[in-house]
Structures are given as structure tokens and as C-alpha cells.
Design a protein around this ligand. Structure first.
Ligand code: PLP
Length: 239
């Protein structure tokens, strides 16, 4: 990864090239040649000019983890790119983003599903969502436990007809060596396969959103087809 040193601008283009090469390598290594992996450009703290640069390079999927920042960027960038809500979503903020986002990656509780359904219904649209799974059961992270996911889906399918479940999302624990979290990605893929077999109405398991800058190669080897990359594209964040 090319990161910023005094005054040297980070080249999103060069970073993207490296990522694309790594994606291809991981696909080949795992016998998935020809599959596609969608890159979500995680733009939290990244200013709009840099995001425009990314969009010009073909990165048309923008990921934000805060509602306020997502709206701010949406107001400037408009409907051009597709927006993804990748962070924890409070129910009382659903109304601000429901008609702006293509996909919500962080559906993790019934109260949120209820609000998503209500808002989607009132606009006569569907809310597309991934279920966030806290595979490693970290206390600091949101998401359902693996064993909670199927009952949760059955509950949603029965009650909320304006929600479309599109797959699963996880954030692996940070690991110096990403091999150490391979099991997390493998568990999520196995869960995905199990749910897909059930053929629930309004549920498809097309998307496996897993892998970030530190661990996306391993995630792809384990089946990821959507990765969320911030630092690897834009350099270290300044909070
Ligand atoms: C910030 C963030 C990412 C991107 O992390 P990087 O390590 O910078 O690639 C991915 N997913 C979520 C949910 C995030 O909040």
C-alpha cells in the first residue's frame, strides 16, 4: 500500500491497481477464477475531492459508517455512486437514509428491521440489507451470533415484507497475521451456504461482505464477493 509521506499525495489509482492484482491472485488461489469481487470504497473521513477521484477510477460503491457523514456526502455527490451503510445504524436515523442507500450492511436486530420495513413500506420500496454477524463474538462489535442468524431470518421473513435480505456481513477481529482470522470468514461462508439451501422467500444469499484492508485477501480466498476497503485506497485516516 502506498501511504502518505510528507507532502506526497497518495495515489488512489496505484493503490487500486495493487488491490485489483491481489483480488485476482486470491481468486485464482482459491479456484474462483472469473468470479467478481465488488470493492466498496470506504470513504469515512475522506474528503469529497478524493472521493470524486475514486469514482472517476470506477469505484462506484461508497461505504460510510455514520448517517450524518453519509448524508453530507450524498448532498454533494448526488445520485451518481451507490451508497452503502456499513456501520451501526440507529433506528431513529433510518428515515434519513432509507431512500439514499443501495444496501445496508448492518442489520442486526428486530427493532431495526421493524423500522426499515416501516419506512420502506411508506415509500413503496424495498430495503436491501445484509445481516451483520459477530462471528468471533467480540464484545466491542455489533452483530448477531452465528446461531442467532437463522431464527432472526425466519422472524423477518414472516413479518417484514418490504425487506430484502441479500446476504451476510462480518467484521473480523484485527489480527497481525490475517491467517488467524481465516476461520471467521470460513464460518460466515458456511452459514451463508446453509441459509441459501433453505430458500426462504425474499432472502437470497448472493452477497458475502467480508474483508477489509488488513484481511481482504484471506476473506476472498474464503468466498467474499464484496470487500470494504478504506485505508488500502485512501491511506491512513486522520480522525
Ligand atoms: C472503516 C471500515 C472498513 C474499512 O477499514 P480499512 O481497514 O480502512 O480498510 C470496513 N468496514 C467497516 C464496517 C468499517 O467501519
Amino acid at each position: 500500500m502506498i501511504d502518505s509521506k510528507e507532502g506526497i499525495k497518495i495515489s488512489i489509482r496505484d493503490n487500486l491497481k495493487v488491490i485489483e492484482e491481489n483480488i485476482n491472485e486470491a481468486l485464482i488461489k482459491s479456484g474462483r477464477e472469473g468470479d467478481t469481487v465488488e470493492i466498496i470504497a470506504v470513504t469515512k473521513t475522506v474528503d469529497v475531492d478524493r472521493i470524486k477521484e475514486a469514482i472517476d477510477l470506477g469505484l462506484n460503491n461508497i461505504g460510510e459508517n455514520r448517517v450524518q457523514e453519509l448524508i453530507k456526502k450524498y448532498d454533494i455527490l448526488g445520485k451518481g455512486p451507490d451508497y452503502h451503510m456499513i456501520g451501526h445504524l440507529q433506528s431513529n436515523k433510518v428515515k434519513y437514509i432509507i431512500d439514499k442507500v443501495k444496501l445496508i450492511h448492518s442489520l442486526d436486530r428486530i427493532s431495526l428491521a421493524k423500522e426499515l420495513n416501516k419506512r420502506a413500506k411508506s415509500l413503496n420500496i424495498h430495503a436491501n440489507a445484509l445481516i451483520q454477524v459477530n462471528v468471533a463474538e467480540e464484545e466491542t462489535k455489533f452483530g448477531l451470533k452465528v446461531e442467532e442468524v437463522i431464527p432472526f431470518i425466519e422472524n423477518i421473513v414472516a413479518k417484514f415484507e418490504n425487506i430484502r435480505i441479500k446476504g451476510l456481513m462480518t467484521i473480523a477481529p484485527f489480527a497481525e497475521n490475517p491467517e488467524d482470522v481465516r476461520w471467521v470468514f470460513r464460518s460466515l461462508r458456511q452459514l451463508r451456504d446453509k441459509i441459501a439451501n433453505e430458500k426462504y422467500p425474499n432472502v437470497d444469499m448472493d452477497i458475502l461482505s467480508m474483508g477489509m484492508t488488513n484481511d481482504y485477501k484471506i476473506a476472498i480466498e474464503e468466498g467474499a464477493n464484496m470487500i470494504r476497503i478504506g485505508t488500502g485506497l485512501f491511506g491512513k485516516r486522520n480522525y
